[in-house]
Design a protein around this ligand. Structure first.
Ligand code: XMP
Length: 512
């Protein structure tokens, strides 16, 4: 089935994929493409609208990312946002200049052309989100100024006849009061979108495209049992069935019973070609005596690769390797010069050892909650779709210091109790991530008539929208009390439970 398409041309802005996501939320299928996409190729995609994103550059810089003016003359409505707005002005013959005063954050916006279709239903004065130093100094011929702020006389401009609209502020950011309304106006009124696209459409379309692309070739997938890799695998499985083999490496540091659950879902519910590699002993053997967190990550990453390599060799040459990369992974791994706090994502090196032609990443454009919606569309159970994120190295980064099989078993029990109580209290959907940590603190306690000198379990529960920052959750004391009492009573070797009330930053979510 054909869908209306909006193309977001990405000029390197922070919010490019957020724009795409807002468009999809408004019921229009949307793809992000690099700004280098040739106008002829863009036209061939037959989009009903194009959005030019923000970007960190100044349009006059020799190295600035620029498309050609042809993009504005394809007869397709265009909305330029921030840098995209300046670029539109520049390409159409206007002038951009460094403003005497930049604007950052919430700014009062005044609409000066309330009749503009883009501003239907938008109050004359409202708050918008700005982040710029340059701005449009002179709109191009044929364009009219349509909004202003105290420091930005041209906060928006338009050429209604040509279907060209530009806003200096960010309508995709929640802090812009009527941002979503403006995007909706652009889509519905300017581009004529029917806004009836649903995640189901994405699933169908992607499955059909995967089927065509893969043909008769074999495909393998490293399945972790997490939401992303499972949704990616199910999608590919829908497309090509038993040509897909999923390999699940059990490193012995999963949550309680998780390995069995993953196996059951894949084999029984989805009837996949599924190989479970029970490599617990191999992993724990290599980790023996190691207490440095980064070294643990390295060992797990490397061992994972070796095990996967061994298993994939048994399959022989494959056409494609499926990865459940989602959009936030793309930003995190491409974050450039930012300091490495933790070396995440141990599947990154897989491509080097598997004999395959190409990687397929069917979720690369989606945000986590979109992946969840897609998972439900594909018939994956709520309990799996709502599974909280779990780090690749698993409990290894939640057992402080040296790892032993006994410690892993102890932590699995304590963690299972915590999860059970959180679910029982109906809090599981509200909390982004919650888990138990086995600290390397031992303390004195008294149980019965005897003195104990046992381990301390720390509990962590955080909310976050992007996992880059996080808040601790003020869990009700009665829930904390119940969890604590159950853990010390039911898990031998633990005599104390503490609750972590630190935000990220300065702490991180995991303890290691
Ligand atoms: P931190 O602890 O850095 O965690 O605040 C942010 C998010 O990343 C997860 N995490 C990892 N994921 N491999 C992973 O795949 C890792 O080594 C790793 N360390 C942390 C963490 O659970 C949280 O969701």
């Amino acid at each position: 089935m054909e869908h209306q398409l909006v193309v977001v041309l990405d000029f390197g802005g922070q919010y490019s994929h957020l724009i795409a996501r807002r468009v999809r939320d408004l019921g229009v299928y949307c793809e992000v493409k690099p700004y280098t996409l040739a106008p002829a190729k863009l036209a061939a995609m037959r989009p009903v609208g194009v959005i030019l994103t923000g970007g960190p550059n100044s349009v006059y810089l020799a190295t600035a990312p620029r498309c050609t003016a042809e993009v504005l003359s394809l007869g397709i409505p265009v909305l330029g946002i921030c840098y995209g707005a300046q670029l539109m002005a520049y390409l159409a013959g206007g002038r951009v200049a460094t403003a005497p005063k930049g604007e950052y954050g919430r700014v009062s916006l005044e609409i000066t052309a309330p009749e503009l279709p883009l501003f239907a239903g938008v109050e004359q004065t409202s708050t918008c989100w700005m982040s710029h130093t340059d701005s449009i100094a002179e709109p191009p011929p044929g364009f009219a100024v349509t909004a202003q702020t105290a420091n930005c006389p041209c906060a928006a401009m338009a050429s209604v006849e040509r279907g060209l609209y530009a806003v200096q502020f960010h309508p995709e950011v929640q802090h812009t009061d009527f941002g979503n309304r403006m995007l909706e106006n652009f889509l519905k009124t300017v581009c004529g979108c029917t806004c009836d696209w649903k995640m189901r459409g994405y699933a169908e379309q992607t499955i059909a495209a995967l089927r065509e692309k893969i043909g008769e070739k074999r495909v393998i997938c490293a399945l972790s049992g997490g939401v992303d890799s499972t949704v990616a695998a199910v999608m590919v499985h829908r497309a090509i069935g038993r040509q897909l083999t999923c390999i699940f490496v059990d490193h012995g540091l999963l949550r309680k019973d998780e390995g069995d659950q993953v196996e059951k879902i894949c084999k029984e519910t989805f009837q996949m070609n599924f190989i479970r590699v029970n490599a617990q002993a191999e992993f724990l053997g290599k980790l023996a005596g190691v207490s440095d967190p980064e070294q643990k990550r390295r060992i797990i990453g490397e061992t994972f690769i070796r095990v996967f390599e061994r298993e994939s060799k048994k399959i022989g040459k494959v056409g494609y390797l499926v990865q459940g990369t989602i959009y936030p992974d793309v930003i995190e791994s491409g974050a450039g010069d930012s300091a490495v706090i933790k070396s995440h994502h141990n599947v990154g090196a897989l491509p080097d050892v598997v004999d395959f032609e190409e990687i397929i990443e069917p979720l690369r454009m989606l945000f986590k909650d979109e992946v969840r919606r897609l998972g439900l569309e594909l018939g994956i159970s709520e309990s799996l779709v709502w599974r909280q994120p779990f780090p690749g190295p698993g409990l290894a980064v939640r057992i402080l210091g040296e790892i032993t099989p006994e410690k892993a078993a102890l932590l699995q029990e304590a963690d299972a109790i915590f999860r059970e109580e959180i679910a029982q209290a109906g809090l599981d959907r509200e909390i982004s991530q919650y888990f138990a940590v086995l600290t390397n603190i031992r303390s004195v306690g008294v149980m019965g008539d005897g003195r104990t000198y046992d381990a301390t379990i720390a509990l962590r529960a955080v909310t976050t929208s992007d996992f880059m920052t996080a808040e601790f959750v003020p869990l009700p004391y009665d829930v904390l009390g119940r969890v604590s009492s159950r853990i010390v009573n039911e898990v031998p070797g633990v005599n104390r439970v503490v609750y972590d009330v630190t935000a990220k930053p300065p702490a991180t979510i995991e303890w290691e």
